[in-house]
Design a protein around this ligand. Structure first.
Ligand SMILES: Cc1cc2nc3c(=O)[nH]c(=O)nc-3n(C[C@H](O)[C@H](O)[C@H](O)COP(=O)(O)O)c2cc1C
Ligand code: SF4
Length: 610
């Protein structure tokens, strides 16, 4: 039988031979650190379930998150560590969870170098040179030559442990400015000995590790190297040098390259937020593939089968890595294969999974089951009730889905014109439209569980329990808020000039919407930057969008701007989420608070009983 998705995307669903490995398709999961391990670095059931679910969902190649070859290279407090044989049993469970799900599993070997904190490692930071990472701002100690050789051995021993644990292959994490990448780049490597200076020397650490792994496991043991093809920092790696590195790796017998970009300082390029082009770095992967002839994995906001198929069929890449897309929906490949793309829970590039200010482990407002795949959906309710939810925010649609799964009879009532609560406002912002697809997917997930979506108000007496979504706080007097502008841009687009005051994402987006409509906008943020409540990637995207539309940005703005809601210039102030109230579901514009609202709603629906 041929599946509809396999007909529509024949290359994506075709098998691939990587060294001695036979991959069932071209879907891959790249390294995605989760912080799901134990504090002392052991694999947990949660991690096994997390990766197992992605294998069962159809991802053919699964590269694990970065695994620490040495505690001094720990990047997360609960990172898997592989510096001792006592970790092998847990790693074997992880490998078999993926393999039982039908996936091929590759372990990513990593040491964070200077891009961590000594309070996480419990050890002084080490790096090629004593230059602090501008983000972490902790000065590392430059490694002595014997220490470098010791760390090379740590990588090799870790690879052997992964092979002992039954992994199908290993990937050396040479990207993103971590220790191996830091040696490769002049940006972070200022040594003048055999490990610094000309490329031959900067390559030595990586090539010694490659040689060591091949000596220990044989040249046919599948070995991938991940590189940043551009680092976007002064003296950083760029494509010509990356190609040269890739050629040396090919000559050494490496089986495949995974082509990423960036270091911590240029992190916004690495995991790009909504508003950045999808598949932006595919040309870099294509250049490396064509220069080396090596199987190449491409990454960077690849979430649509159509884009992946075009890149694969067009010869840019051999495997497509779906990073955050696989966090948001572990079943993406299976749904695409079965012609159910409309049901994919689309990652909308919010970067809550990276933000981690509220919770250190991977969480996602689209997929609150992430990291608790086996335990998320609670048992059926003992006494099902009729639940009505007024409002259709992310939290509402999530609560409805969970409650319906548990046997409750659930209706979601949307009095307004569109589904999605505050995120529906965002879907109108230039560059942010994709959140609209996510809202549709959340609604489809709810209806598939039996939820009825109804336009209008809940009917009195037709339910046992009523939950209401708290939207934005009501504006005072005649004040115009960012939410007013986002809800009805047409009402305000006639102003010649507007001053938007606020340091949050919604204010930046309101300014963008007005500027897009031709209004001369000044965005005044009292803080040092704009959109300070959201992931920094959003600041970059919003700044770019505002500048392209001729808007002015003033930061650390003091004083009250002069104008009025009705006159010229139009004055817009920051809207505020309504805050929490017992008995209600919350909503938020900023993704971090949105995630908190979703998690609260899911927990509430999990406990609902008559
Ligand atoms: C939560 C999170 C954790 C990540 N952890 C790793 C990691 O452990 N190793 C790695 O090589 N890259 C890591 N990355 C980078 C991703 O592998 C990927 O290159 C990046 O997110 C871009 O792909 P995407 O747009 O498909 O998400 C991480 C990214 C995210 C969002
Ligand atoms: S948290 Fe946001 S960026 Fe991360 S996977 Fe979920 S939707 Fe995508």
């Amino acid at each position: 039988m041929s599946f509809p998705g396999a007909v529509a995307y024949p290359t994506l669903f075709s098998p691939f031979t990587l060294g001695r490995l036979r991959l069932p398709n071209r879907f891959s999961v790249p390294g995605l650190t989760t912080n799901y391990a134990t504090p002392d670095g052991f694999v947990t059931d949660a991690l096994c379930e997390y990766l197992g679910a992605r294998a069962r969902g159809g991802f053919g190649l699964i590269v694990t998150e970065n695994l620490g070859v040495h505690p001094g290279g720990r990047v997360m407090p609960r990172m898997v560590i592989i510096d001792d044989d006592r970790y092998v049993a847990g790693l074997a469970r992880l490998a078999s969870a993926v393999q039982r799900g039908g996936g091929v599993v590759v372990g990513q070997l990593s040491h964070a170098g200077r891009q961590t904190k000594s309070r996480i490692t419990g050890l002084p930071l080490v790096a090629p040179s004593a230059i602090p990472c501008p983000i972490n701002r902790e000065t590392p100690r430059a490694l002595a030559v014997d220490e470098i050789q010791e760390l090379e051995q740590a990588f090799v021993r870790a690879a052997v442990r992964l092979a002992d644990a039954g992994f199908d292959g290993v990937e050396i994490h040479g990207a993103h400015g971590y220790l191996v990448g830091a040696f490769l780049s002049r940006y972070s490597n200022r040594r003048d000995d055999a490990f610094g200076g000309p490329l031959d020397n900067r390559l030595r650490f990586l090539l010694d590790i490659v040689d060591g792994i091949q000596r220990a496991l044989g040249r046919d043991f599948p070995l991938i190297v991940r590189l940043s093809a551009r680092e976007f920092v002064p003296d950083g790696l760029d494509l010509p040098e990356a190609i040269e590195i890739a050629r040396r790796l090919r000559d050494r017998g490496v089986h495949a390259l995974s082509v990423s970009v960036g270091v911590y300082e240029s992190f916004n390029k690495l995991s790009m937020v909504a508003g950045e082009p999808e598949g932006q770095w595919l040309p870099l992967a294509a250049a490396i593939r064509s220069a080396t002839g090596l199987p190449t994995i491409g990454v960077g906001r690849i979430k649509r089968a159509r884009l992946a198929e075009a890149a694969l069929a067009g010869g840019q890449i051999d495997l497509a890595a779906f990073g955050r897309a696989s966090i948001a929906d572990p079943e993406l490949p299976r749904k695409v294969r079965d012609g159910e793309e409309a049901r994919v829970l689309w990652c909308f590039g919010c970067n809550v999974c990276l933000g981690r200010s509220a919770r250190p482990e991977t969480i996602c407002p689209v997929n609150p089951a992430v990291g608790r795949e086996a335990t998320f959906m609670p048992a059926a309710a003992a006494r099902p009730v009729r639940l009505a939810i007024r409002g259709s925010s992310f939290a509402a649609l999530t609560a409805a889905w969970v409650a319906a799964h548990r046997g409750h009879s659930v209706t979601v009532h949307e009095p307004g014109p569109v589904l999605g609560g505050l995120q529906a406002l965002r879907a109108r912002v230039p560059g942010q439209e994709e959140v609209g697809e996510t809202i549709e997917a959340l609604a489809a997930r709810a209806t598939a569980a039996g939820v009825r979506l109804i336009r209008g108000e809940p009917e009195p007496g037709a339910h046992d329990v009523l939950w209401e979504v708290r939207g934005p706080a009501a504006a005072r007097g005649r004040t115009v808020t960012s939410y007013d502008v986002l809800a009805s841009p047409g009402d305000y687009a006639r102003a010649a000039r507007a001053i938007v005051t606020g340091d949050d994402l919604a204010s930046a987006h309101a300014a963008l919407v007005l500027a897009d409509a031709g209004v001369a906008v000044e965005l005044r943020s009292p803080a040092r930057d704009i959109a300070v409540d959201a992931h920094p990637g959003f600041r970059e995207v919003a700044r770019r969008g505002l500048s392209a539309r001729g808007a002015t940005i003033v930061t650390e703005a003091g004083g009250e701007p002069v104008g009025s809601p009705a006159a010229d210039p139009l004055l817009v102030v920051a809207g505020h989420d309504a805050g929490t109230r017992d008995g209600d579901l919350n909503d938020a514009y900023e993704p971090g608070r949105l995630a908190a609202a979703v998690y609260d709603a899911a927990a509430r629906a999990a406990q609902l009983d008559g």
